[in-house]
Design a protein around this ligand. Structure first.
Ligand code: CMC
Length: 393
């Protein structure tokens, strides 16, 4: 069978060619379709960036209007989908509900989920808009069910983030309308998550797609990979860690000492497989943090103070310096979401909303590949050599 190269965790394996996202981990550079993340964060919004990531170019006015129209049209969920979401136990984890719901979408739109890439690609714009728009409605419905509250209906005149916040927080007799700063903070959070090349969930999406599976089946698998605490689940874990440190009366110093000794937990929100420098997304969130908090009326957040102290201690500590461990996107993003009013158990779901354009774009790359080969890694076998079944068993 020839010689197999073992690459632990695929750290040095290029699994595909891709024209979507460029990362230079040593220098802390991230670009979507060539545009630096810093410029997009300053000048673009989530919907425009989603279009860019999926289609390769920024939309002109007509393209943006068409895309926004498709997102608006596709915001409502079919009644059956809403009933499906209601059937989960009240305390179900939102990521389990999200993954199941996205997979179920494929059953509601069989013409978009034929498992024939050529046919599915003919309806790509519709499928992409359904996934990006409905992931938001599904998330809000999951939240409403967990609160025992009635669903809200999407409003066609609202922008993407405003509509999401309305779906989440409006009550029958009181509409919720966010301040522009809150909507902007959410836009920024989603935009910064839009794609990140071949990470664990995206590779999962591509793996599933490589067998010929449809978009909904593929992104639903991506959600399950994202759920893990070493990946998207880290944003939830960071907040938990900050709260525990606070409850212990620690300022972070004791926690770091335990993390270094290997006896305590890892410092969540720190370290990255690719970035051996400050994650540029964390830099942007941190820079916009104080402005966002001030506009949200939050003056002094003890958890933020602990986070800043953890960062300071870690960045001047040999253990972290030698291993090139810097804050990643999850270190500060939970604090932003908390300020917006998103409950902790939805943090990773919010990551999934942001990542949806990237998963879709990467699914499309697989589906469009005329020389597509199924992803099928090999292994280094370490089991028993051949032995015979006992004669007198
Ligand atoms: N705290 C303490 N030590 C750490 C940490 C950390 N957060 N991360 C890595 N290390 C140590 C690790 O113990 C190892 O030390 P040694 O060489 O002495 O054994 C060394 O650094 C290398 O770590 P690794 O686990 O081999 O690195 P990896 O590339 O396999 O893992 C990672 C990357 C992100 C899974 C890891 O850094 C980690 O667990 N971080 C905490 C979880 C986290 O924040 N995840 C979010 C990642 S960014 C968003 C996303 O992609 O989802």
């Amino acid at each position: 069978t020839g010689y197999i190269t073992y690459d632990d965790g695929f750290g040095n394996t290029g699994s595909c060619t891709s024209a979507i996202t460029f990362i230079d981990g040593e220098q802390g550079i991230l670009r979507y379709r060539g545009y630096p993340i810093e410029q997009l964060a300053e000048k673009s919004d989530f919907v425009e960036t989603a279009y860019l990531v999926m289609n390769g170019e920024l939309p002109d006015k007509a393209q943006r209007a068409k895309f926004s129209g498709l997102l608006g049209e596709n915001a409502p969920l079919r009644e059956g989908m809403r009933r499906f979401i209601q059937t989960f136990p009240r305390d179900s984890h939102p990521m389990a509900m999200l993954s199941a719901s996205l997979n179920a979408l494929g059953a509601y739109y069989p013409h978009l989920a034929s498992n024939n890439h050529q046919r599915d690609l003919e309806h790509f714009d519709e499928a992409a808009a359904i996934a990006i728009s409905k992931v938001r409605t599904i998330t809000a419905d999951i939240f409403r069910v967990s609160q025992g509250k009635p669903f809200n209906h999407p409003k066609p005149d609202l922008l993407y983030c405003e509509n999401f916040l309305h779906l989440m927080f409006s009550d029958p007799y009181k509409d919720y309308s966010p301040t522009p700063e809150v909507a902007q903070a959410l836009n920024l959070f989603l935009l910064l998550h839009a794609d990140h090349e071949q990470n664990c969930s995206t590779s999962t999406v591509k793996m599933v797609a490589s067998a010929g599976a449809n978009l909904f089946a593929s992104v639903s698998a991506g959600v399950n990979a994202l759920w893990g605490p070493l990946h998207g689940g880290a944003n939830m874990a960071v907040l938990e860690m900050l709260k525990n440190i606070h409850a212990d009366g620690d300022d972070g110093t004791r926690f770091i000492a335990a993390a270094k000794s290997g006896k305590g937990d890892r410092l969540m929100g720190f370290g990255h497989r690719v970035y051996k420098n400050y994650d540029p997304r964390a830099k942007i969130i941190k820079a916009s943090f104080h402005k966002a908090l001030a506009s949200l009326g939050i003056k002094d957040d003890p958890l933020l103070n602990i986070a800043m102290n953890l960062e300071k201690v870690a960045l001047s500590d040999d253990y972290f310096i030698q291993r090139k461990l810097y804050p990643n996107v999850d270190f500060y993003s939970g604090l932003i979401m908390r300020a917006i009013g998103i409950p902790e158990n939805l943090f990773t779901v919010m990551f999934a909303i942001g990542r949806m354009p990237g998963w879709i774009a990467q699914w499309r790359e697989v589906a469009q590949n005329p020389k597509l080969k199924i992803y099928r890694p090999r292994q280094v076998y370490t089991g028993k050599t051949k032995r015979d079944y006992p004669a007198n068993r």
